[in-house]
Design a protein around this ligand. Structure first.
Ligand code: UDX
Length: 434
């Protein structure tokens, strides 16, 4: 099939690369010439394992190309995926401006096209956006008759760091369609994948995406709340999580307690769904609690340090981990941001390290960085692990203690062996271990 993809961010590039790999003719579209030039020269504009190889393969066998000529390429394709960003505004409401401008471009492109065309929203959007915003806008700008246009919503469930694997080995594919044109196109496109395909309305597909992310985020906040109780009751929450996870209805996934969830999806999506519910006058107590617990977790980390150090002011504190999870340079909504800000406000001298995320974090907070965890912890009164990088899990605890000025070690991700840390002589504290 001839596929055009609007937006060469995370979702757009992974969608384009994997559809090209299924032998479709894919054109990735963006207004930013720099990104398209990078793409066409075989360099991925974002870091994601396996993506660059797939892009290069697509370019080489001519199944994939990037272009800034948006309308012409939409017109020449059979199906267009909208993969633009949907950020939150200051009140957590979804900002649909990129969705609106993408659908306007599609509408303008279709003015000079005859036949049929399918438009699929892949960006995460609040329920009713595809039917009430995208569809009318395209019809208005194109002057097309409704029956020639296919409209659908097909969410992605990609995790950063394993997006290509997730796209090629999906648990399920959600085919949201408003008409048979879109249904047929999506079924044909995804035919090579043999997983369960769920057919539903666009609004159902939109909520499946939000409900899935909100449920996972809620699962994390729930275990964090249980872990906070474990802290005071002398219980090891890891054992509790193991006991819970053995129940197949609960599953062992997403039961890791710690400093809370971050990243480009969970915080934004939970806020957007809560804001959409509020706008429709529906109470969303669960979502509110999920966000509140997530805001508390980094504060508990700071409190753990404060209780051990007495005062924070004037203390040298090493922060190990700035990325929102390991194996990424993404620091968006990272819990480290809250911890670093609070420690600096309290007068600590903070030195941070992250294997990949330092440059991005520096754009948010001008904190002192050290090139290695060893240098970051040199003469520190306290070290705090905020991301469970392998590098930190393998730290030599004896030499860490020798290097430091004090012995306070706070583990925000349960990355270390608690018993070993105690034996070495650390005043070790982690979430979920009483
Ligand atoms: C997530 C969803 O998993 C994916 O399906 C969706 O499309 C986008 O959002 P991602 O943001 O890449 O993917 O990260 P994920 O691996 O899910 O982790 C999100 C956050 O939750 C991280 O900050 C992680 O540290 C935290 N987390 C995860 C926990 O605190 N405990 C857990 O048990 C699991």
């Amino acid at each position: 099939m001839k596929v055009s993809v609007i937006g060469t961010g995370y979702v757009g590039l992974v969608t384009g690369a994997t559809l090209a790999d299924l032998d479709n003719q894919v054109v990735c579209l963006d207004i930013l010439e720099e990104k398209i030039n990078m793409l066409n020269s075989g360099n991925s504009p974002i870091y994601e394992p396996g993506l660059e190889e797939l892009l290069r393969k697509g370019l080489k066998n001519k199944n994939l190309v990037g272009s800034t000529e948006i309308e012409q390429n939409i017109r020449n394709s059979d199906i267009t995926f909208i993969c633009v960003g949907t950020p939150s505004d200051n009140n957590g409401n979804i900002d649909l401006s990129y969705i609106k401008s993408a659908s306007s471009s599609i509408g303008r492109a279709l003015r000079d096209k005859n036949g049929k065309h399918t438009v699929i929203v892949k960006s995460t959007v609040v329920p009713l956006t595809t039917e009430d915003v995208v569809l009318p806008n395209i019809l208005k700008k194109s002057g097309w008759k409704r029956e020639n246009l296919g409209i659908g919503m097909n969410p992605e469930f990609l995790r950063e760091g394993s997006a290509i694997h997730d796209a090629q080995n999906p648990d399920r594919i959600v085919i949201g369609f408003a008409d048979d044109v879109a249904r047929k196109a999506l079924k044909e496109l995804y035919n090579p994948y043999k997983c369960k395909k769920l057919e539903c309305s666009p609004r159902t597909a939109e909520l499946i995406k939000y409900a899935s992310n909100s449920f996972l985020a809620t699962k994390i906040s729930f275990v964090n709340e249980m872990a906070n109780m474990s802290n005071v009751w002398g219980i090891d929450f890891q054992e509790v999580a193991e006991g819970m996870g053995l129940d197949s209805r609960i599953s062992a996934e997403f039961l890791r307690a710690g400093a809370g969830f971050g990243g480009s999806c969970f915080p934004k999506d939970v806020k957007a769904l809560a804001a959409a519910a509020k706008n429709s006058e529906v109470e969303s107590l669960m979502l509110k609690a999920t966000l509140e617990v997530n805001d508390i977790q980094p504060k508990i980390i700071v409190k753990m340090a404060e209780e051990r150090l007495g005062v924070i002011k004037g203390k040298k504190i090493a922060i190990l981990g700035l990325a929102f999870k390991p194996d990424t340079d993404d620091v968006r909504e990272s819990r480290s941001e809250i911890v670093v800000r609070e420690l600096m406000e309290k007068g600590a001298s903070v030195v941070a390290h992250d294997p990949e995320g330092m440059a991005n974090f520096k754009k948010i907070i001008d904190v002192k960085m050290a090139p290695t965890p060893e240098l970051a912890t040199e003469k520190a009164d306290c070290a705090i692990i905020m991301t469970e990088w392998g590098l930190y899990k393998n730290l030599d605890l004896e030499s860490l203690l020798e290097r430091m000025n004090g012995n306070v070690l706070i583990d925000g991700r349960r990355a270390l062996n608690a018993k070993k840390a105690d034996e070495v002589g650390f005043d070790y504290k982690t979430i979920g271990l009483g």
